[in-house]
Design a protein around this ligand. Structure first.
Ligand code: ATP
Ligand code: MG
Length: 449
């Protein structure tokens, strides 16, 4: 992409309304524009990141055996009357009436609708286990939307729903999602720690929240430092096999949010030097809630004896539009964002230091083609502005690598490559530049981990 033809209206000033660094940087880097309280337009640069986050989630959900579909944002109120949640949900639910005076709502979550899809199509235990998911916009009329898309009213969520014959099978489905989540966040360059969670208004008795440590997080958290170095289940993990040992590795060390903290246990289990008392961002949650919806809504299957029994269910959410700022909270410096390659809007900023210089332009154009042919995602800063402005923009929007091309380097047949994260600068010959980048970028995509 040539920056001269792109839409990247970066801001010089720091917007006053933004209280936390990720919100400030998302506005300054032209990723977002607020349209109303808790409602945001995703501008092109931000949308590219959101799509990458979505891709990783889909790949890992699919790998774990979940099947993607798409349900509507609007739902009939009658479905929610069946589960009893229409009245219980309160003011967070946006209620609307259609032209026929029918009560509708903008879905804050989809347990009821997925249960209705299940009950009209699945009748036998032989069709289980089943896990269906979608990635769809949700609306919750939050009392205090804040921090940009970290807590917005409309937000994009991945929500998966598992169906099993009994609790034992349902726990296996829970483990599959648990392992998929560990891999998902890791691939985005995040360390997300599963912490025992309250089951809240959705109900049930087994739940973990996945938390990214960050000073600006809304939850107080307590955990064992050793969790930060736990290995991630590998790409070839057998989702049809027993995943208990992976889950145990991640749950045997103490980790709980402030709602669930047992101080005595925390202090007894974790040696003082390993105790982390910090703040964190909830980027996902997994729930087992048994027959809470299947029973009232009549979602039953025939078991091996031909007896109709209500299915056991779980639900598994990930907040995509919260993950993007969470990644920024975890990875930035004074100059701007530092994207991990796997979610970066572009992998490389190609910076032409001298737009007036014919040979410099020609060389940049050639490099641009070579880089694109090599499959590297390039944002080519071909604008007619000074070098300082180009460096500032590249640092602000946080592309993981910069290739800086100027007349002085070209005299020696060289370009300079800067690593945005480490600040390391290397002079590389024109012939080797593309390979130099591929060697670094390809593994950092984390597609094969
Ligand atoms: P919170 O406690 O932060 O209000 P929640 O526990 O009510 O969230 P869930 O129902 O577990 O949310 O939804 C699944 C995921 O969706 C959350 O883990 C979070 O990442 C994301 N999410 C929930 N509410 C919002 C919101 N208002 N804005 C952005 N993302 C959200
Ligand atoms: Mg939650």
């Amino acid at each position: 992409m040539r920056l001269s033809k792109y839409f990247l209206p970066v801001l010089k000033e720091t917007p006053k309304e933004a209280e936390i660094v990720s919100h400030r940087l998302m506005l300054r880097a032209a990723m977002l524009k607020q349209e109303a309280s808790g409602l945001y337009a995703w501008l092109p640069l931000g949308y590219r990141v959101l799509r990458k986050v979505q891709n990783i989630i889909e790949q890992e959900q699919d790998r774990a055996g979940a099947i993607e579909l798409l349900m509507p944002t609007l739902q009939p109120a009658d479905l929610w009357r069946e589960s009893g949640r229409y009245d219980a949900y309160g003011k967070e639910m946006l209620r609307v009436t259609d032209r026929h005076e029918r009560d509708m709502l903008y879905g804050p979550t989809n347990e009821e609708m997925i249960t209705s899809i299940f009950r009209s199509n699945v009748k036998s235990y032989k069709d289980l286990p089943l896990n269906l998911y979608h990635i769809q916009w949700k609306f919750r009329d939050e009392i205090r939307p804040r921090f940009g898309t970290m807590r917005s009213r409309e937000f994009l969520m991945k929500d998966a729903y598992s169906f099993d014959l009994d609790k034992e099978a349902s726990v296996k489905s829970y483990h599959r999602m648990f392992v998929a989540y560990l891999r998902t966040y890791y691939r985005m360059g995040l360390t997300a720690i599963p912490m025992q969670a309250e089951t809240g208004p959705i109900g049930g008795d087994l739940s973990h929240e996945f938390i990214v440590l960050a000073d600006t997080g809304e939850s107080g958290v307590f955990c064992d430092k050793a969790l930060l170095d736990q290995p991630i289940p590998p790409k070839d993990v057998d989702f049809d096999g027993d995943l208990t040992s992976y889950v145990n590795d991640w749950t045997q060390m103490y980790a709980a949010t402030e709602d669930m903290i047992d101080m005595d246990k925390f202090q007894a289990d974790v040696p003082e030097e390993r105790r982390i008392e910090a703040r964190g961002i909830e980027v996902g949650q997994v729930f087992y809630f048994g027959t809470k919806y299947s029973e009232p809504m009549g979602a039953t299957v025939a078991d091996a004896n031909g007896q109709d029994v209500p299915v056991h269910m779980g639900s598994y959410g990930i907040g995509l539009t919260r993950l993007v700022p969470a990644i920024i909270e975890a990875s930035h410096d004074d100059d701007g964002i530092i994207w991990p390659v796997s979610v970066a809007p572009f992998e490389l900023a190609l910076i032409n230091l001298k737009t007036g210089d014919e040979s410099c332009v020609a060389q940049c154009d050639t490099l641009y083609k070579q880089l694109e042919n090599a499959g590297i995602e390039v944002l080519y800063d071909d604008r007619d502005v000074g070098a300082g402005g180009k460096f500032a923009t590249a640092d602000l929007i946080g592309l993981p690598y910069q290739m800086i091309v100027g007349p002085r380097g070209l005299k020696n047949n060289e370009v300079e490559i800067k690593n945005r994260k480490t600040g390391e600068r290397t002079n590389v010959s024109l012939e080797q530049a593309v390979d130099f980048l591929l060697e670094r970028i390809v593994p950092e995509r984390r597609q094969d981990v």
